[in-house]
Design a protein around this ligand. Structure first.
Ligand code: ASP
Ligand code: MG
Length: 379
């Protein structure tokens, strides 16, 4: 019997009605003769609401108590979905990350999975049950609840697929696959049917939201075949696996960035070290002797500011987005795109080229038009 991991995102389990629909999908996979393990995200909006409540208190940055709060949305989802499965006469068993257990590093808010124990899940599967696991969370060696960073349920799903030697990990979302650009921004975007791990990793790191970057990297190293599909009904999907790279390009973007620029002193590198130790990424885009331009995720502004301010560095912040042309093809094409961007009319903050991509940061209100502008060069 094959084991299939199914992961459902926040919109897929966004209401009781959606939960009932997902329960049907889960059970129909089981009826095809497979053993199914389900991983769920919090219902749409719930993690944001919990994070907002936690942020009413100081200090809040990625603490153990904050993780305890923001991980709880997933427990509601796994409990409710287990009930929906039971309503259909199958034994759905809800489990938190610590009950599996999924052991992580102790970096609260951005923990990494170290080990996933398959024993309990194998026992449940052998009994014919369907384990429904809270994604996004784990437990540190010290027994504290941790979270894996926003979007981390994908990583939980892939880690379970690797630990159980699953045949496949299906990531159910509200879009039926990976597109050449976010179809919510570009209506002409095309579905990509097959992606290599490497290209999917590149896209994920540049913000293609369908699968979390850490999940893609883990899928590659454990050779877990992935499918990205919609729980809202569609015959299309994207397969991600050990395919050969072929000629493909896409426009990916990260919307919730903040660009900062500031005078720096010699406390800057020490601040960067501390920030990095907390798994917070600062992309330094431009570094002169005494001035730096960099960008961080909006959710990390408070922490980064605190570290910089403590060293008498007071950056100016601007809401921004990063748009990347991701390309498996020839360097000459990337060079052409670079020229097209420089010649265009957009208020580009920074523009740079690295192997496999060209990236630009722009003020956020230009995001939609800039993504569409670039996407028209795909065909
Ligand atoms: N619920 C978490 C978040 O909103 C994790 C996830 O959905 O993957 O980031
Ligand atoms: Mg997600």
């Amino acid at each position: 019997m094959s084991i299939i991991i199914q992961k459902y995102g926040g919109t897929s389990v966004g209401s009781i009605e959606r939960m009932r629909h997902v329960a049907e999908l889960v059970i129909s996979e089981k009826k095809q003769g497979n053993q199914v393990v389900v991983v769920v995200s919090a219902m749409v909006g719930v993690t944001n609401a919990l994070a907002k409540q936690a942020s009413e208190f100081h200090p809040t940055h990625n603490s153990m108590a904050r993780d305890f709060v923001i991980s709880s949305g997933e427990n509601i989802s796994s409990g409710l979905l287990a009930l929906a499965i039971q309503e259909r006469g199958v034994e759905g068993v809800p489990l938190s990350g610590w009950q599996v257990p999924i052991i992580t590093t102790p970096i609260h808010g951005k923990a990494s999975i170290q080990q996933t124990d398959p024993v309990r899940l194998s026992m449940l599967l052998a009994q014919g049950s369907i384990p429904v696991i809270s994604g996004f969370q784990g437990v540190s060696e010290a027994g504290m609840i941790t979270t894996l960073g926003r979007g981390g349920s994908d990583t939980s799903a892939v880690a379970l697929a690797a630990a159980l030697n699953a045949e496949r990990c299906d990531i159910y979302t509200d879009i039926d696959g990976v597109y050449t650009a976010d179809p919510r921004l570009v209506s002409e975007a095309k579905l990509i049917q097959n992606l290599s791990y490497d290209f999917a990793i590149l896209m994920a790191h540049q913000g293609a939201k369908v699968v979390h970057p850490a999940a893609m990297e883990m899928a590659k190293s454990a050779r877990v075949p992935i499918r990205v599909l919609s729980s809202f009904g569609s015959d299309c999907f994207t397969s991600i696996g050990a395919a050969d790279d072929f000629d493909v390009c896409a426009v990916s973007h990260i919307e919730n960035l903040a660009v900062f620029s500031t005078q720096v002193n010699n406390g800057f590198s020490e601040a960067l070290e501390t920030i990095k130790r907390n798994n917070v990424v600062v992309d330094v885009i431009d570094l002169k002797a005494d001035r730096v331009v960099g960008c961080v995720l909006e959710e990390d502004i408070a922490f980064v500011s605190e570290e910089l301010n403590a060293r008498k560095i007071f950056p100016k912040w601007q809401k921004a987005a990063k748009v990347s042309w991701v390309d498996s093809g020839a360097e000459s094409r990337a060079q052409r795109i670079l020229n097209l961007i420089s010649d265009g009319d957009f208020p580009i903050l920074n523009l740079w080229k690295c192997p496999g991509r060209v990236s630009a940061t722009i003020p956020r209100d230009h995001l939609r038009s800039f993504v569409s502008y670039l996407h028209q060069y795909i065909f």
